[in-house]
Design a protein around this ligand. Structure first.
Ligand code: NAP
Length: 501
């Protein structure tokens, strides 16, 4: 594992001379960006990371059972395959090791500045530089900037009445307390989403009693998780083409799932039948089955995959509560029918703060315009990556780039390569600004929203994909292949280009 914890302070020279590119966030996106830029010959890079280590969501989400629900051979970079994945679906520790391995293999440590909490990002029109200011008042400047802070980086406690009154221990899934001893404790888990269904099977083995508070049941599918045999690892090491072929098979298998998950089709019905079969197969009690049966279309919320979740709920020391919560008291949780459930600890597997603004800090563009204001009705961008009025700025996982059926890293690779093209144009062409035309952005978004209206995500359930008003600024309404194809060409006509004076 690389030592990523100490980062040298920027020298005076670094502070005064702009980097070619500043990248905010050292998770998969930020590090991937640095790798692709480096491979394209751009090495004057600074990566600002607020934590003391790299890894983003995989550094933060270290709760028991944390794993990726996309196969590891697909949830990794195609330009940095790992022949040694221990399982088909690797755990978060192994994914974090992979990220540390990227640091080493591509010598990224030289770019990373840890402990730099960015508080605002402003385009300085005089110098045509992006300026990122940290909470300690340091300013980093770059000719181009990449927002790679991740959409799910702020753990959010839910707005439940009385949450501050609880006298026991509170833990958020994305800020796990590894020092807390669960043995002999009465514990509640609030939430039954992607994080919760991984935590519950592990926690139930440790605690005296576990109570799970469910608001909406998810669609849970079986997970084909296997240990990777040694011969397989050897084969991948000797013949990288074999691993690339497996990746392609996994990619195509996931692409076909778009037909079930994104749109309503006969495949959607088939997937729902599989989900119902999985439930019937694992849960014999009719009443519990009814409580766990979703009443919305599969794909509307994120599809969950687990072989352990349903069995965990049926352990003697586990109880599912579906009564809505009324409030949190100092001893536990009161449900609307008037019962107070008392706990030593409440685990909040309640998701993240996904603001309308899409960025956790102010971003100011041309003429002092504030992204927060412009996106208050819902975020939008051109091809998810550029926003008119914010020249030379590139968003990773920007508006409408989210996948519901395939690996996020496939989408990410397209974004990285697109951003490299844009940044190279700015640097090699000595441009002052490269700014997408508002008309191109509007046309792109009108088309996206039209297509979204026909998807399962917009079919009536609530999820973090939608704003409170039901606007979907999160998901891409199409196949990963379509997303990648649109990112292959950099349509210069869609941009306003201002050469350096
Ligand atoms: P989530 O999907 O937003 O789920 C949050 C859960 O908490 C839901 O069950 C929600 O109920 C419940 N909840 C939230 N506020 C509540 C309240 N006030 N009262 C009662 N219940 C409340 O969050 P997550 O599970 O952390 O997952 C977030 C995203 O992270 C996922 O969609 C996925 O993209 C990613 N993730 C990925 C993996 C992976 O394996 N790759 C693993 C974990 C997470 P409702 O459904 O009723 O809103």
């Amino acid at each position: 594992m690389t030592d990523t914890k100490s980062s040298p302070a920027p020298s005076k020279l670094e502070k005064e001379n702009p980097a070619s590119v500043i990248i905010i966030g050292a998770g998969f996106a930020g590090l991937g960006m640095a790798i692709r830029l480096q491979q394209a010959g751009v090495t004057d890079i600074v990566i600002l990371e607020r934590a003391n280590d790299v890894g983003g969501t995989w550094r933060d989400n270290q709760y028991p059972g944390a794993a990726c629900d996309i196969p590891s051979n697909l949830y990794s970079y195609s330009f940095a395959p790992n022949p040694d994945w221990s399982r088909s679906f690797s755990g978060s520790g192994e994914i974090l090791d992979y990220i540390h391995h990227l640091m080493k293999e591509f010598q990224l440590q030289r770019y990373v500045r840890c402990g730099k909490n960015v508080v605002d990002v402003i385009f300085d029109e005089k110098s045509a530089l992006w300026k990122a200011t940290t909470s300690e008042g340091e300013v980093f400047t770059g000719r181009a900037a990449v927002m790679a802070q991740g959409p799910l980086s702020n753990a959010g406690f839910p707005d439940i009445d009385g949450i501050e009154d609880f006298k026991g221990h509170k833990i958020h899934s994305a800020r796990w307390d590894h020092d807390y001893d669960f043995r002999g404790k009465k514990v509640a888990v609030i939430g039954t989403g992607a994080s919760a269904i991984q935590i519950i099977p592990e926690l139930v083995k440790e605690v005296d009693h576990l109570t799970v508070f469910q608001r909406t049941p998810g669609w849970v599918m079986p997970r084909p998780d296997f240990e990777t045999p040694d011969w397989n690892k050897k084969l991948f090491r000797k013949m990288p083409a074999a691993q690339a072929a497996l990746r392609q098979v996994l990619f195509l298998a996931h692409e076909s799932m778009a037909l079930a998950v994104i749109w309503s089709s006969p495949l959607t019905r088939l997937a729902e039948r599989l989900g119902r079969w999985h439930l019937r197969n694992q849960v014999k009690d009719k009443w519990l089955r009814r409580q766990l049966s979703p009443s919305y279309r599969i794909g509307c919320k994120r599809v969950l995959v687990s072989n352990e979740y349903y069995p965990a709920l049926q352990r003697k020391n586990c109880k599912l509560i579906t009564w809505p919560m009324y409030k949190i008291s100092h001893k536990g949780i009161r449900t609307v029918e008037g019962v107070e459930h008392q706990f030593d600890c409440i685990v909040f597997a309640t998701g993240f703060e996904v603001s309308n603004a899409g960025t956790p800090f102010p971003v100011k563009g041309l003429g002092g315009r504030l992204l927060d204001d412009e996106w208050s009705g819902g975020a939008q961008a051109y091809k998810s990556i550029n926003v008119a009025g914010y020249p030379n700025l590139f968003f990773m996982f920007g508006p409408n780039s989210g996948p519901g059926h395939n690996s996020a890293l496939v989408y990410m690779e397209s974004q990285l390569d697109y951003a490299v093209k844009g940044i190279k144009k700015i640097l090699d062409g000595d441009l002052r600004t490269l700014d997408v035309k508002p008309k191109a952005q509007t046309q792109h978004n009108n088309a996206i929203q039209k297509r979204l209206a026909k998807t399962n995500w917009n079919s009536g359930c609530m999820s973090w994909y939608l704003t409170a008003d039901g606007f979907n600024a999160t998901m891409y309404p199409g196949f990963a292949t379509q997303y990648a194809n649109q990112m292959k060409t950099f349509e210069e006509d869609d941009y306003m280009v201002v050469p350096a004076a």
